[in-house]
Design a protein around this ligand. Structure first.
Ligand SMILES: C[S@@+](CC[C@H](N)C(=O)[O-])C[C@H]1O[C@@H](n2cnc3c(N)ncnc32)[C@H](O)[C@@H]1O
Length: 320
């Protein structure tokens, strides 16, 4: 249980723990596979693959013959992803390589499906990333992304229902200012999911479909399932190490860049830590219960075929 990458300096390490394995309901992913017509997909690109969580989720519903290539700018994650695929006997289906999403190391029109999970939210210029994803997709192929509105998550906890109204509003404001600051610094927009359909349309994708991940994140004492234990342990661990959504240092930078005043920061940070500590204490007492969850959008679009080749489309993959 836990996170083998705790305090690792690479991108998103604090979020690569066991809880990430339970972000999706398996039957919902099967439904996505039917909606997207994945049975016809053979060549898949997972952009910003990290240690391979998203590729593995999709691998469960892709045909056995499908080959999944993962690309990440961080060589450490590429190595770990390959190790994990080998450890579960999947090395024949998954290969990983270093690459930057804004300049993907592949020929145009290569993949039937190009996808990512929580990667566009980290981009300085999500449009540049998406343009590359579209470039390497085959005409008639599918671009599909899973990206959240993280701001909405600020209200998805039972603790919010009991806390003083002003405190809750102050924490939402704190998060919003930080999210805006992070985007202004070119480190990505944490709630970009809300803007993805429009971004898809601007990049010429057609037949745009938008769904929501149906996974709740219930915690109910005595937290018996391994999934719930992973969740409460992660909450307690973040509180113990005084991590909020980001480290204190990053939060401070984002807050100031988002228009927050230096003299306000200490109070905002103390309020965030206080809320986290109270939840951790309630977990320790076995009294914290919440339906939980997040707002995760799943957006897909088809790369149109050039007009001259439309009559030949039958042989390529098309989103039904
Ligand atoms: C939040 S993680 C998501 C990992 C994986 N998609 C998943 O859902 O488990 C973001 C990943 O994107 C990678 N990344 C961020 N910006 C990138 C870029 N410009 N090019 C390639 N990879 C990038 C990071 O190294 C990190 O592994």
């Amino acid at each position: 249980m836990g996170n083998e990458f705790v305090a690792h300096p690479s991108h998103s390490a604090e979020y690569f723990g066991d809880t990430r394995d339970s972000w999706w309901n398996p039957d919902y992913v099967e439904l996505l596979a039917r909606r997207w017509g994945l049975s016809r997909v053979r060549a898949v690109l997972d952009v910003g693959c990290g240690v391979g969580h998203w590729g593995r989720v999709l691998g469960g519903v892709l045909p056995r013959a499908a080959r999944i290539t993962g690309v990440d700018r961080d060589p450490v994650w590429v190595e770990k992803a390959a190790e994990r695929a080998a450890a579960r006997g999947d090395a024949d289906r998954f290969r990983y390589q270093v690459g930057v999403a804004e300049a993907l190391p592949f020929e145009g029109d290569t993949f039937d499906l190009v996808t990512c999970q929580t990667v566009l939210i980290h981009a300085a210029d999500p449009g540049a990333m998406l343009a590359e994803m579209v470039r390497v997709t085959r005409p008639g192929g599918l671009v599909a992304v899973a990206e959240p509105n993280n701001l909405a998550g600020a209200l998805l906890s039972a603790a919010v229902l009991h806390a003083p109204v002003d405190e809750t509003l102050a924490l939402v404001r704190f998060q919003l200012l930080c999210e805006r600051g992070k985007a202004a610094l070119g480190e990505g927009h944490n709630s970009l999911g809300e803007l993805i359909p429009e971004l898809f349309a601007r990049h010429g994708l057609t037949d745009i479909q938008v769904y929501l991940n149906d996974k709740a994140n219930v915690v109910l004492p005595p937290y018996r399932s391994s999934e719930q234990r992973a969740t409460v342990e992660e909450i307690a661990d973040f509180a113990r190490r005084e991590l909020w959504i980001w480290s204190r240092g990053d939060t401070h930078r984002y807050f100031l860049a988002g228009g927050g005043e230096e003299q306000e920061f200490e109070g905002c940070w103390a309020a965030a830590m206080g809320a986290a500590r109270r939840t951790a204490e309630a977990i320790a007492r076995g009294t914290h219960a919440s339906a939980g969850g997040s707002v995760g959008y799943v957006v897909s679009g088809t790369k149109p075929s050039p007009p001259s080749s439309r009559h030949l489309q039958g042989h390529v993959y098309r989103n039904p």
